[in-house]
Structure formats: C-alpha cells, structure tokens
Design a binder for this molecule. Sequence first.
Ligand code: FES
Length: 676
Amino acid sequence: METKAKKVKLTIDGKEVVVDDGATILEAARQNGIKIPTLCQHDALSNWGGCRMCVVEVDGSPKLVASCVMPVRDGMGVVTTNEYILECRRTMLEFIFAERNHNCMFCPQSGDCELQDLAYELQMDHLTVAFSFNKFPTDVTNEYMAIDHNRCILCGRCVRACKEIVGASVLNFQNRGPKSLIGMDLNQNREESTCHNDGLCMQVCPTGAMVNRYRGHYAVKGHSKDCQQLDTVCSQCGLLCPTINFVKDNNLLNIEGKLTGDNGRPDRGQLCYKGRFEALKNTGKRLDSPMARSGDGTWKTATWDEILKLVSEKLNDIKKKEGGEAMFGLASSAASNEELVLFRDFMTRGCSAGYVDTFDGAHFRTVVGANKEGKQAFREASWKMIPQADMVIVLGAAPSQSQPMISTLLGKGILERGQKVAFLGETDPIQPYATYYIPVTDGALPLLIGALKAGLKGSGDGVKLLEKAGLEADAVKAFHEVVKSFADSVNPIFIVGEKLTGLEDPMALADIVSLAKQKGLYPEEALRLIILKPRGNSAGAWKLGISSSKKVPGKSKWKAGLVLLGEPDDSNLAALEELKGVGFVAAISPYFPESLADKIDALIPKPAWLEEEGTFTSVDGNETAYKQKSLQTPVGIMGSWEIFKNLAERVGFKPDYQSWKDLSQKAEREIKNRNC
Ligand code: FES
C-alpha cells in the first residue's frame, strides 16, 4: 500500500506553505515560487552546502543557515531576503571573486556563467576585499575539454557529478587552503587520467573552469540563453541518449545531457564523448550541389533535374536490358528508419534490384546464422538491464569505442557494487578494473567460447581449446574462475561485439545464445544477450530487412547500383571497396565521398544527420525514438523524402505511403512485428 509522505507546515517570507517532511528549505521555497540564489547546488546532484549563497534566516537560529542542506521542520519561520542576508551573500560572493581570476572579459564562458549571473543579481559591481589569488595551471592536454583552475570556485559540482552519476570518481579535491584545486586521479592531467571524456563535469560547472574546446563560443558568444534549445536524441550508437541541442543562427553550439527528471535510464542522462563532442566537429567536405563524373574522370556540378534524370534513366535502362538482378543497393545503417524504408522500397519495388544490403550486412548474417542454429528467433535484452546483472561477460567488444555509455555503466557497476565483469578477447579502457580479462589473438575467440561451453558442461575438452588459443597459465586460471562465476551467477548477461558478429561462421555466437538460454530468460522472453551493433541504427536496419541474409553475390554481374551514405566515414567502409568497375553507381550522400571518387558516377546531395528528422531503433532493438532535426538543410539541398519521391516518379514506382507520417508509421509497424 502506498504510504503518504508526512507533511510539514512552515512560513517562508510570511507565506504559509506545506511541503513533504524531509524537504530542504530551498526545495520548499522553490515549490512555492520563492527564489533563493544558489551556486554549488545542482538539481541532479546531492546537496553539499559549500558556497553559502543560499543562506536564509531561520527562527531560533543565531546564524544564517544554508537552505540547500537544512531540512524543514513543522512551525519553522524562514526569511529568504532582507538587507542583512543580501549583504552576507554579496560579501561571500566577493570572497569567491577575490580568490581566483574571474575576469569575465577574457573568459570563454562570459554570458553563460552562473557566477557572473549571480554578481549581476546581487549587484556586486566591484570588490571591497583585496585580490588574493595564486596563479593556477590550465590543462589543455585533452582534445575535448580544457580546465582553467583560475576560474574554478571549488563548488564541487564536478566532483559530485563524476562520483554520483558517472561512478568514476576521477575528479577530487587536492591540496589545502588557498592552494586547493580540482585534481584528476593522482594529480594527473586530463589526458593522462582515467577520465573517459563524458563531459558531465563540464556540463555542471557553473563557471568557465571547464570548457568545451569544440564549442563555437567566439562565433556567437556562447549565450546559451539566446539559443534555441531542442529536445532530441543522439542517434550515433543506438543508446538513443536524450539531449538538449543548443542552436543559434543554424549553428549547433552545444549539446547537453538531460540530467534532471526521471528518464528511466540507468545512465541518468549522461552523454558520452561521441554524443557531446563528436557531433560538434565539422568533418567531411559538404556536398552542396548534385555532381556527375565526366568521361575524363573529373567531377562537374549538375542541376537537380539533370542528376535525377541521369540516375533514374540509368537504373531504368539496366532494369529493362539486364533485369533487376544486375542491380544492387547498399545503405548505411546510420540512416533513420524512414530513410531506410524509402531506400529499400525504391530499390526492391521501384528497381527490382537483385541485391539490397547495408554496410554492416556481414554482422547481420552471422546473427541470422546463430538464430538458425538455435532454431528460434531471439529477442535481445535491453541494455538498461546491465546494472542489474550479477555477472557480465563481454565478448569481442570494446564498448568504450562502440557504445561508450555501456562501458561507463560497467565501470560504475564494478567500482560501486563489485559487479563481476569479464572481458574476453578484446580490451577496453575499463578493463583494468574488470574482474577478469582474458585476451586472445584475433581468430581465437571461438576457441575461448568453445572452452567456456565445455567448462560449463564439466567436460575436460576445454583444456585443449585453451591451449590452442595460446592462453598463458595466468589466463587459464582466470578463465576457470570465469566459468565458475558464470555457473554461480543468478542474473548474468552476455554483451557481444563486432569481433564476434564479424566472424563468418555463426557457430561461436550460436554457442553464446545457447549458454544465455540456459540461464533462463528475462521478462518478455528476452535472452540474456545484448549485441553491440556497428552503426547507430543497425538494429532498425536489421529489423526492417534492409540487411541481406544472403551473402554478397559476385560483383561481376552488377551493372548498376545506388548507395546511401550517412556519416562522413561511411565512404571508407570495406563494403564499398569493390564498387569500381560496376557500370554505373550513384550515391546519395551529405558529403563528398573522397575515397569513392573514382568508383561512383553521380552524386545526389542529401541533408546531414543533424538536418534530418526521423526515428531510430535502440541497439538492442527494444525501443524506437524520434530525433527531431537540429539544423536547417542548406538552401538548394533536397530532403530524403523529396529525393526518393522524385526518383520513384521517374522510374514509375508508386509507394504506399503519401507522407512522412505514413512512412514513420509503416516503419514503426514493421519494427514492432519483427525480430532480426
Ligand atoms: Fe547552498 Fe551552495 S547553494 S551552500
């Protein structure tokens, strides 16, 4: 039965208020629309009471009290503002300013700084105490973030965020008195430390002490208050992290995680280095108009009509003369579900293409093969189950590179709860903390899996496999401990990565599927297995049937093809290596694909991922989220809907959806009804 929270009645600035017992004075004031200034307090963190900006008078107390840490009590009388309180706050603020170099003129965070805001609010326009600051170092060793200790107010938000939310405890207070500063590990710089660049410390920093080196603050003065703030999701790795994108004048200036409010995520709204920083990089040469390759190999711009005519006529021509079997389509799984359906339907129904696949199709085929071996399609566990597992076996995966937040969750599990984590066959920066690490040379992973299977059966066959895998005596000992820990675990989970799904033979993955099944299923029949897929929307592409379950046929019979590219590095993928020599290849791409320049014949520009809206499916295939666009497409570039609609009309194909909304619903229905 739900128990009702006990209520407490108190008076704040003469107003009688009723709040839950246990609330702080600050919370009680905020719930009743009364503003108290704060600095070290942050809604996503524990209260610390360090800066004393939030002091108030409480009946019966001889001193001012910090409202962020003082709980309410029945009958309490609180005054939040009078001349004396304001004077005390102003004096404390002066001390903070006097202790370090807070010269806003030269601070990149000027205009977007809580300390500066507070100085304006408290009308602190000069100092009545002498400056007393030492010269502190700056740390610019890291690609993403700079630390300027001269601008630090030692509020401890970063230290608490690193401990309480990230679970890494890289940041800490070092030294004493006026020499105090925020240190990393044992007095290392950011680059040498164990920081994994999630940037949460920087997000909660109220001043310019931690700044984003990719932020275009000089272009627009970093005034986040003047920016459009868009609630959206990051689609880079399939964890669909909610973000707030700060946009001004069609420039993406900053990306923050959604830290407050319960979003039902074990990461509590953090972001990883990919989601926070990589999207701010300008990579790839933007394709700003259609282009066609001339006979002498040079690229010339073309009109939209010319390029769409060229591509549709070439594809139509090959279809008529050689049949659809002579045509292929290859797509990036970084694309949204909608774009992928547009591409698939155009290629299969519009062009009758004999082969349609994604660049990560080889991984899909291994998963399908493992499914067949198990004689039953499986549903993966949600990545959100990871913190609840008592044993996690990571096989052939380096989540810090593919899905960094998973690496963060594992690190937190190990350090905070002693979660047992075994890394088999691949290393990861959190591996030194892992309970077990058993490295094997490339190709020996199946031997290790075979030995795991044998060990769990109690058969001695595993010993030979371990020998064959080249394991040293220490690793063999650790391996036996992994077997025992897994056998003893009640709620284990496997996380497998590209080194395993990249194997042509699906047997090793099938073995993992069967071991996962032996431990029973999660709710909704989910297997104790998460497959870390290569691209941000691989799970969507696999469920939509874009990835082919058939092996890539001999290329010699291909006479024409269409390629859908997404991220700038898509064009470097091995899957595209052999396009040269195919009669006619067109690419739809936001960027000029340098490495494909001699392999393709026509280029159709499309919006970059931040300029497209659409749905994306989570890495485990369990959730789909909508990503709204953050930026407007440059003038003169058609959206994917217009491009495919135009091409479809020109080849005489009539799709069964008439709008983007129809398309989204179709994609959603298909994804819901299909296991990959
Ligand atoms: Fe209360 Fe800092 S906000 S002491």
